[in-house]
Write a new protein. Structure first.
Length: 225
């Protein structure tokens, strides 16, 4: 069945991406992110078949058991991995592609009360690091990496690394998001401070040269007098 195929894919994704995962049985029994995805497959099926009340009740039970809140209306692709999972929130109109990794504290949410599409669309091979917030009905491209604590409010092209509040693109089409590196990310504020320090040093040298020229002029004037 397609259901069991998808569950096996989610378990395999956890084994492949989490070095602490020793085998598939351990992942199935001990990983709340995998449980949340299993529950979601059931609730999404009920939701799409207009059994929305029961779907919502089951999703709330899953939220209580796993700490992961996924609205039954959200669409999630294959081999998704929700690591640790606690405080992950995925809104109703969210669309998530294949091979996406989501860490704890992530919110895929909306920014208003309007009906229709109000949550993000996430591409394939995306890594959303711990505490990141992606808010609004826009698209995050394929092979994107979103740094921890970032707040993304605008569309992101393919192959980018995004950090900061609000999220800023600091690297484009450099490293694959499959590397799952959440540490070696550029810091735009640090880079700007470095540029400011360089500019200050340059100005200090120029001021030093001008002072030396003025001193020589003063000495020459004194001698002429």
């Amino acid at each position: 069945m397609e259901f069991f195929r998808d569950v096996r894919g989610d378990i395999r994704a956890a084994v492949d991406r989490d070095p602490a995962a020793r085998n598939a049985l351990e992942v199935l029994l001990c990983y709340p992110g995998v449980w949340a995805l299993i529950f979601h497959k059931i609730t999404h099926f009920l939701h799409t078949h207009k059994i929305k009340f029961i779907a919502r009740v089951i999703s709330q039970i899953a939220r209580f058991l796993t700490g992961v809140e996924i609205h039954p209306g959200a669409t999630i692709g294959q081999r998704c991995f929700i690591d640790h999972g606690m405080a992950v929130v995925i809104g109703e109109t969210t669309e998530i592609g294949d091979d996406v990794t989501i860490y704890q504290g992530v919110t895929l949410g909306g920014t208003g009360k309007h009906c229709g599409k109000r949550h993000p669309t996430i591409g394939n091979h995306v890594v959303i690091s711990a505490g990141a917030k992606v808010l609004g009905p826009f698209k995050v491209g394929n092979d994107v990496k979103i740094g921890s604590g970032s707040v993304v409010l605008k569309p992101i092209p393919d192959g980018c690394t995004v950090v900061g509040i609000p999220g800023r693109i600091v690297r484009q089409k450099n490293k694959s998001a499959d590397e799952l590196d959440q540490v070696d990310l550029p810091d735009p504020f640090v880079n700007e401070l470095k540029d400011i320090r360089k500019a200050i040093r340059k100005l200090e040298k120029e001021v030093g040269v001008l002072k030396e020229e003025n001193r020589h002029l003063k000495e020459e004037n004194d001698e002429n007098i």
